[in-house]
Design a protein around this ligand. Sequence first.
Ligand code: 1GP
Length: 251
Amino acid sequence: MIYEYLLNTISSKGAAYLILLDPDKLSDDKLIPFIQNCEMNGADGFLVGGSLIIDGDFESFLKKVKSSTSLPVIIFPGEVNQVCQPADAILFLSVVSGRNPEHLIGKHVLAAPIIKKKKIEPISTGYIIVESGSMTTAEYISGSKPVPRNKPEIAAATALASQYLGMKLIYLEAGSGASQSVPNEMVKAVSEYCDIPVIVGGGIKTPQAAREKVDNGAEIIVTGNFFEEEDKWHLVKNFADAVHFKIPVVV
Ligand code: 1GP
């Protein structure tokens, strides 16, 4: 079970580090070397998906990812058509920061039978979009208002409500490529207020920023955009080391 794997990783390493693979952004020739680089340098798994996929063929991309790694591959769906095999799990996302019923229950009704049929582990996740400077794709596509940056209490109450509704994870999302990541105060407020693990992603561009989120209570860190350029790939280890605060760093 991937949810247990994530909980065990959090408990043994301090926090988990997932890397988002976007079918539009990773060309075929770069995909396998990048995955191998992530695997060798401490990543704990991959998220695959995106709010909007224009060029990529999602299913064949997923197949390539799954056949290139022994780490968990988790679908991070932007649409129902991203529910496909092979995958170990899927973040069953509800955009709880918004009030758009399609993203609170509508899409789920369409996706649930496919998830069951394809035997993918669903991990119910309260997805909280956080204001990050300008409108993000996730915000625009989901038609959901973000939580204002200066309102950590709204994010905390939303996270607790998600927990009480039975969700297993909270995802605090600034949006892919966001100019500002989720504020540390908000990460702290949410992590202190609810008992389920908190994922933080969007606009995390340095290992130090990743570590600050973890120091404030984040239990899973996601980066995506940062590794679009190949000359940054060597930094995967620095991010992983920053996130895995319970593991002594071997230089
Ligand atoms: C987006 O949180 C993820 O959903 C990752 O964001 O691409 O900005 O790292 P970045």
